[in-house]
Design a protein. Sequence first.
Length: 163
Amino acid sequence: MAWLAARGQEQWSIPLPRSAVAATVSAGQTWMVWAGDDPAATITLTAYVDVDGLWKPDRDPEALWYPEDDPVDALYAAKMMIPLAHAGENLGGELLDWAGGRAYAAGLTWLRLDAWTTNHRLHDYYRGQGFRHVRTVGSRVSGACFQRPSQPYLDGRLKTEPA
């Protein structure tokens, strides 16, 4: 992610463990968006589980979501990536709307995510997508917690097809 580093952002500077990526793909939690035969975006959606144990098994981080947040009443979006070639197409917004629709269809109240703590441009982006900042856990590199209500995904441009 050299373009992020060129902007002074540390986002994605810590490599994701291959085993964690493989586990979310195998579990059907990672979704790809295709533009013809070309990958255009990806997002991982999980129910509330010990995702830190999967992504960061060597750490004992402070919790992002507290019992009073009712963590099981949400779908969690993570690892959303869109190549620069698709910047400006509102693909990220569409992915988040689609994810919110998945949460709604599952009967969950919230779509939640955490963002890189120091990436304030990203925080502003999520606010612009209707997310509310809940808290920032300062001890975490990705500790800015955001949520928005789930909602039906109607007539969107993303379609789910079997692999």
